[in-house]
Design a protein. Structure first.
Length: 646
């Protein structure tokens, strides 16, 4: 039933009519009401009603258009209703806005229809009233437009704004459900009850400055993918690449691969908790793919599970089209606060982009243009001249050195206000002696015994200190279980395998995209059972190297079966004498291992050589037992003695 047909019902009007006038109203309502729902052939319908009812066509025609214009009052017979009814109607006051739920909802829908402001919609509401719109006629309190054309009481913009949509409703209607989340109640969580390794958060971060990548000959913003232990709030493993373009001018998509590398490095070098680890990830750049999540769940016996953020982009109401599908940043609020702390620490580095496009430093354009000229010259200069160039932004390795230093300072810092830190027991007892804090964990048993008398004498003061992120991590990291090497291969996937061949009793890898120079690895391989085997010369394998944890090479055979792990061969500096001695010792050990089978094959020759030496020694020892041959002086002396006796 449409709005016009609904307008033919109003108890507030009918109660003031006499019985005869009400019967007449019911009669005409029954005749005219169905026609009000029709959109075409109105004249034919009215002719049929006139013929069936015996009423003149003109009367039927006038009653129809009176009802269409005035609603229920258009069907009321003025003579039968009497002057009293019309007097009551003329003095009737329309309902106030506060008394009409229907008008309040209409006003809200008008406000939500405007993308920017509510004030223009007030003019729309007034126009609907002046036009006796069915949208207002459908509201019971205003069905007969009482007091028209005068506006009903309370119809001012200021008063109507008291019934305007809430901030959540306006944002949901104008922007979408994801944007409106800022206006709803936040679901809070706490680290109390968690433990080291309970939640491993993985995310990506764009740093707000430019650095140079000499390998690509370009400058770009560093993209970092990292893992963070939620309980200790410590950044555990992180990898950085410069966002550069390929020859076609498209940005290189490397973030998903970096996620696999960083996750594999964390689980292999740091491990997961035997009490269970939840990987908190997103659906975007640093997403953990379903294949990887399933492999980790199986490898850990169900101890490693994945928790992904909910997706945003669904509609607030069915009249909207869906929005951009992306992860919910509130799912990892701890990471966002940690990123803000790091952005502040890097705020003084050159080549800053600003916190947003609107706040970008104006000089950045000129700085990058000059830097591009230097990069072009760098590619043409000889090596000895390149080192003389002074770039206006940092080189990637310079930034990595700065970042490692900054992250070390942040994880050792005690001055923080991390949520639930004290309640979770992350405090340590300290004793203030003069201007120095001495931690109880650093005291010997004898020193602890001497503490009580010093406290009683008020020579020292006891106070608890917040533990640093590193201290909390170190306290609980000992129980973590490291992922085996074949688990790393499962995370990385076959697409990251590299064919390698054993040459000169070592494996060498070179990849200018991920690391400088050549990485070499031993052929002494430790398999999944901990046994050692040597990879034969000239044999080809499938190898997996993590450029962000490059100390180990993981090797599989041509059929994809896991073989084992090989250690990296590090080249020490000539100035590092201890390092050179260690390298020489390792080379000698490796040489001895390589000679072992050769020595075994020639063991008989070695025994024969040994026996020969023994026999010769014995023979020489027997000759030594004979009387010694006299010397020339002794012979002369003997001759003199013989002559004297004669």
């Amino acid at each position: 039933m449409n709005a016009l047909a609904l307008a033919l019902r109003d108890p507030m009007i009918e109660k003031d009519l006499s019985d005869e006038a009400r019967r007449d109203l019911d009669y005409w309502r029954g005749l005219i009401g169905p026609v009000l729902q029709e959109k075409r052939g109105i004249r034919a319908h009215l002719l049929r009603i006139a013929m069936m009812s015996g009423q003149p066509f003109k009367t039927v025609h006038n009653r129809y258009y009176a009802a269409k214009k005035h609603g229920l009052l258009g069907l009321v017979d003025k003579r039968l209703a009497g002057p009293r009814f019309w007097k009551l109607r003329s003095h009737r006051v329309a309902a106030h806005v506060s008394q009409s739920r229907g008008l309040q909802e209409l006003w809200k829908s008008l406000c939500e229809a405007n993308q920017r402001k509510c004030r223009p919609q007030f003019k729309v509401l007034v126009q609907l009233w002046k036009q006796r719109s069915p949208r207002i006629g459908a509201i019971p309190e205003y069905a007969d437009f009482p007091g028209w054309p005068k506006l009903p009481p309370g119809w001012t913009y200021g008063n109507l704004m008291r019934y305007a949509p809430s901030g959540f409703e306006l944002t949901a209607a104008r922007q979408g459900k994801a944007a409106a989340a800022a206006h709803r109640r936040t679901v809070f969580t706490t680290r109390v009850g968690c433990y080291v390794g309970s939640h491993l958060m993985i995310d990506d971060k764009w740093n707000d400055f430019f650095v140079n990548s000499f390998a690509d000959g370009q400058a770009g913003r560093p993209l970092e993918v990292y893992t963070l232990d939620y309980f200790s709030a410590r950044k555990c493993r992180w990898a950085t690449r410069v966002r550069t373009k390929d020859e076609a001018g498209n940005y290189k998509g490397i973030a998903e691969i970096m996620t696999r590398y960083v996750l594999a490095a964390h689980l292999y070098l740091d491990g997961y908790s035997p009490r269970g680890t939840v990987i908190v990830a997103e659906h975007g750049t640093a997403a953990v793919r379903e294949r990887v999540a399933a492999a980790l769940h199986e490898l850990s016996g169900g101890l490693i599970t994945l928790s992904e953020s909910g997706m945003t982009g669904d509609t607030s109401h069915i009249g909207q089209y869906p929005g951009l599908v992306r992860g919910n940043p509130r799912h990892k609020a701890a990471l966002e606060s940690n990123n803000n702390r790091e952005h502040n620490a890097f705020g003084a580095l050159p080549g800053q982009t600003g916190m947003s496009v609107e706040r970008r430093p104006e000089e950045l354009t000129g700085r990058l243009a000059y830097n591009a000229q230097l990069l072009a010259a760098y590619a043409q200069l000889p090596a000895e001249r390149r080192a003389m160039l002074d770039f206006p932004v940092l080189e990637l390795n310079q930034y990595l050195s700065v970042a490692a230093h900054v992250y070390k300072l942040l994880e050792d810092d005690r001055q923080h206000e991390l949520e639930g830190w004290v309640e979770a027991g992350n405090v340590v007892q300290s004793y203030r002696f003069g201007s120095q804090d001495i931690l109880e964990t650093e005291l010997t048993p004898e020193q602890r015994a001497a503490i009580v008398p010093m406290l009683e004498a008020r020579l020292i003061q006891a106070r608890p200190l917040r533990m640093s992120r590193r201290e909390v991590w170190d306290r609980g990291a000992g129980e973590l279980v490291r992922l085996p090497g074949w688990g790393v291969v499962s995370i990385l996937g076959a697409d990251l395998a590299r064919p390698v061949t054993v040459v000169d009793n070592m494996i060498s890898l070179r990849d200018s995209e991920w690391w400088p120079g050549t990485y070499s690895f031993e052929t002494d391989c430790r398999d999944a059972e901990g046994r050692h085997l040597r990879l034969p010369e000239g044999e080809t394998y499938q190898a997996f190297i993590n450029p962000f944890a490059a100390g180990t090479l993981f090797v599989s055979d041509a059929k994809g079966r896991y073989v084992g792990e090989c250690r990296r061969i590090h080249a020490p500096s000539r100035g590092d004498l201890d390092g050179v001695r260690r390298a020489m010792g390792e080379a000698a050990k490796d040489e001895a291992a390589m000679l072992t089978p050769l020595r075994a094959r020639h063991l008989d020759e070695a025994r024969e050589k040994r026996d020969r030496h023994v026999r010769n020694a014995e023979a020489m020892n027997d000759r030594a037992a004979l009387p010694p041959k006299p010397s020339a002086a002794q012979n002369e002396k003997n001759q003199d003695l013989a002559a004297a006796r004669a």
